[in-house]
Structure formats: structure tokens, C-alpha cells
Design a protein around this ligand. Structure first.
Ligand SMILES: *[C@@H]1O[C@H](CO)[C@@H](O)[C@H](O)[C@H]1NC(C)=O
Ligand SMILES: *[C@@H]1O[C@H](CO)[C@@H](O)[C@H](O)[C@H]1NC(C)=O
Ligand SMILES: CC(=O)N[C@H]1CO[C@H](CO)[C@@H](O)[C@@H]1O
Length: 197
């Protein structure tokens, strides 16, 4: 853990400028708060690294730990994400892991875009099925729930380098880990939110 904490605080100064070049958006999206994120969260099913995503997303909600909507989203508290999905694979999933990737918004003379925030492996490969009544994921349509718990070290790091009350994008990638060597992504969900840290 210690080396990660150190990495959050020391490495970014040197390598952030290299890693943070944004992927430039289409011109019509070049606004500071895309997809009305100033007022409400926006989600969509994102493209997958894998050939197939076996889950289809119908609807989604992001709430605080008591299940209430709270906006801006407070990243220093536990968040719950509810995903109304259909599992199209024809089989159950007992082993799933979730990667959470953070992006921040930039808009300026270089254009607009989302730049990835280096996380040094933190918030990756979180066991989705430990202590989770919405696992296993059955065949067909259902609600699955995921918790996002960001440590104070990570929120401090984000706050320090990127700031408060700006748009962030969270990408949640769910992977079937039954075969650890050959993990298959089953669902990718993007959240674009205004966040306090
Ligand atoms: C806004 O949301 C749509 C999906 O609803 C997505 O395709 C688009 O890339 C988003 N815009 C930005 C700037 O992220
Ligand atoms: C969640 O948000 C509601 C409404 O803003 C608030 O009353 C409640 O205390 C919040 N719960 C937590 C755990 O922060
Ligand atoms: C490809 C496949 O097996 N699809 C199944 C997914 O789940 C639906 C609903 O249970 C079935 O009708 C499909 O046959």
C-alpha cells in the first residue's frame, strides 16, 4: 500500500503531462459540462475492449450509501450504482471483477476531452461478487448493484491535482474472472458526473 500512496503523490508531477493528453471530442460536444452534467449525472454503455459485451444496459442510477440521489456526487463517501441489465450470454456469472477508471474534463485551446487520471492499479480488479446479493448474475434481465468506495488518499490526490466541482467521468468495466488468465469483459458503463471531493 505504501508505495501506492507515494506514487499518487510523487509520480504525477513528472508523468501527468505525458499521460493526460485528452482524447479530443467532436466539436458539438466541446463544452465544459457535456451531457448536462452540471445538473444531473449522465450514463451510457461504453465500447468494450472485448469483442462482445454480453450484458445490455437499459437503465442506471448512482446514489449515496442510503440509496438517495445526491448531486453533485460526493466522491469521499460510499457510492452505490444500480444497473438494470440483460445478460444475453445464456449462462450465469459467479465470478466478476470491476475496474474503475477516472477521467477528468478538460476544455481549452487544445479542444475538449476526457483525460485519464493515472490510478497506479488502485480500484482495479475489485471482486464484484464478495458479499453482494446481486451476484451471481442470472440469465436474462435484472438489477445488479456495485459499490464504489474511493479511499481518502485517492480523493485527496484527485482533488490536489484536478480540483473540485468539475466534471469527472468514471468508467466501470465488469469482467468475468472465471479464468483469471483470460478475463472477458461483459459490460462497460460510463458515468459523467459533477463531483465534490
Ligand atoms: C455524451 O454522451 C454520449 C452518450 O450518451 C456519448 O456518446 C458522448 O461521447 C458524450 N459526450 C462527451 C463529451 O463525453
Ligand atoms: C444521502 O442523501 C440524502 C439526501 O440528500 C441524505 O439525507 C442522506 O443523509 C445521505 N446519506 C448518506 C449516507 O450520506
Ligand atoms: C444467447 C443466449 O443464450 N441468450 C439468452 C439470454 O437470456 C435470454 C433471457 O433469459 C434468453 O431468452 C436468450 O436465449
Amino acid at each position: 500500500m505504501f508505495y501506492q500512496v507515494a506514487a499518487f503523490l510523487i509520480v504525477p508531477v513528472f508523468i501527468l503531462p505525458l499521460l493526460s493528453l485528452p482524447v479530443v471530442d467532436a466539436q458539438k460536444d466541446c463544452v465544459p459540462w457535456p451531457n448536462s452534467t452540471e445538473f444531473s449525472p449522465h450514463y451510457f454503455q461504453c465500447d468494450s475492449f472485448s469483442d462482445n459485451q454480453f450484458f445490455t444496459l437499459h437503465e442506471a442510477a448512482i446514489t449515496n450509501n442510503t440509496g438517495d440521489d445526491e448531486y453533485p456526487v460526493d466522491l469521499t463517501k460510499t457510492l452505490r450504482v444500480f444497473l438494470d441489465v440483460t445478460n444475453l450470454s445464456g449462462r450465469r456469472y459467479y465470478n466478476l471483477a470491476m475496474d474503475t477508471l477516472f477521467y477528468r474534463r478538460s476544455s481549452g485551446w487544445l479542444g475538449c476531452g476526457w483525460s485519464i487520471i493515472p490510478n497506479f492499479g488502485y480500484l482495479m480488479n475489485k471482486d464484484h461478487c464478495a458479499d453482494n446479493p446481486s451476484c451471481p448474475v442470472q440469465v436474462g434481465r435484472q438489477i445488479i448493484e456495485a459499490k464504489i468506495e474511493v479511499s481518502p488518499v485517492f480523493t485527496k490526490y484527485i482533488g490536489l491535482f484536478y480540483g473540485d466541482n468539475i466534471p469527472y467521468q468514471l468508467i466501470l468495466r465488469f469482467k468475468d474472472t472465471t479464468d483469471p488468465i483470460n478475463q472477458k469483459e461483459v459490460l462497460c458503463v460510463a458515468w459523467q458526473i459533477k463531483a465534490t471531493l
